[in-house]
Design a protein around this ligand. Structure first.
Ligand code: GAL
Length: 342
């Protein structure tokens, strides 16, 4: 009789324990479902365009949180231009249990170590802005890329000058000698955007009938101070010759403007790319002739929504068509001064 009671008690305790375990596991799953952790690594936090985009990522993550009632924990790290630091950051994100990674690779040709780690841990990756090589992107179907089509950017950049030239040639050929003498500021050589932007901007100008002639050019790695130093030299070496400054991005265009202002100001045209906050200010003040701006709100939304859907194991967000199921190309537009003040 006593043995039976002991057995009954034991069964009861076991039952209660099982129930407790099941409910704990449910709570754990619910907690996991109610929050997602995204590890973000930036190639260089000081880069103006990346900085602008990063603020929008934070904004869009908050919006997602409010709309979906799912907590989004962002762990944002700056790789400060070092691929080794970025590899360590990826390692750390994975050990912290990040559900998904958003990576702006330092060296787009060397994303394989990060991809290896992510694949082994089963953590999907949304790359952005610096496009890993195709061979790497094809290694796993849980790798995505969000960026801007560099050729389209460049054609738009060239087109804004072509349109202006057709409307009013003297607004571009400032000295009226039938030739538009230009200098060119280029971004990092290893970046997919630099070469394509340079090639297609110049081609568009030529094909559009602008009689351009290159004075000189140089690599300023997207940086305002480097561009400013180059432009300072060029203003000395080619006095009163430069009519147009074609820059691969806004920051370098602003560097050229800094040098022009130090040299006492000049009416030459400067065109950039990005539509960054300081770029748009310069546009408004009439210092920058124009820029090409990607829809950065959308750019950031797609990164966040794509990452969140990967983390939650949902289907990819509808409304954002992914080319080959992998690539999202953000739309962009020309922003140009309405009245060109010479
Ligand atoms: C480019 C952008 C540059 C710089 C670079 C960094 O797309 O135009 O300003 O931010 O990306 O990868």
């Amino acid at each position: 009789m006593q043995g039976k009671r002991v057995w009954q008690c034991g069964a009861l305790v076991l039952g209660v324990l099982c129930l407790l375990m099941v409910s704990c596991r449910d709570e754990e799953t619910q907690e996991r479902m109610a929050s997602i952790r995204i590890g973000i690594s930036l190639y260089q936090g000081e880069d103006t365009f990346i900085n602008n985009l990063c603020s929008l990522l934070e904004e869009k993550a908050k919006e997602f949180e409010q709309e979906r009632g799912i907590k989004v924990i962002l762990d944002i790290q700056d790789a400060k231009g070092s691929q080794n630091i970025q590899n360590d950051q990826v390692e750390r994100f994975i050990s912290l249990g990040c559900d998904v990674l958003c990576i702006n690779p330092v060296d787009r040709m060397d994303a394989s170590v990060m991809i290896d780690r992510a694949m082994t841990a089963g953590v999907p990756v949304v790359f952005f802005n610096r496009q890993p090589v195709e061979e790497d992107m094809n290694r796993w179907d849980r790798l995505y890329y969000v960026g801007v089509d560099a050729k389209e950017t460049a054609i738009l950049q060239g087109q804004m000058v072509v349109d202006l030239y057709r409307e009013e040639p003297r607004a571009v050929d400032l000295n009226g000698d039938g030739v538009v003498s230009y200098v060119l500021l280029e971004g990092e050589t290893s970046h997919q955007d630099s070469l394509i932007r340079t090639e297609w901007s110049v081609r568009t100008l030529k094909n559009g009938g602008v009689p351009i002639e290159k004075i000189t050019g140089g690599i300023a790695n997207w940086e305002r101070s480097q561009a400013s130093a180059l432009m300072e030299e060029w203003l000395t070496d080619y006095p009163d010759m430069i009519e147009l400054v074609v820059s691969n991005n806004d920051d370098m265009a602003l560097g050229a403007i800094d040098a022009m202002e130090r040299a006492g100001g000049h009416g030459m045209n400067v065109i950039g790319i990005d539509g960054t906050t300081p770029g748009l200010e310069a546009l408004e003040k009439g210092k920058l002739l124009g820029t090409v701006s990607a829809n950065k709100e959308l750019y950031a939304s797609v990164i966040v929504e794509l990452a969140a859907s990967c983390a939650l194991g949902e289907g990819l967000p509808e409304g954002y068509p992914l080319e080959e199921g992998t690539y999202y190309w953000t739309p962009q537009e020309i922003l140009i001064q309405t009245i060109k003040e010479n």
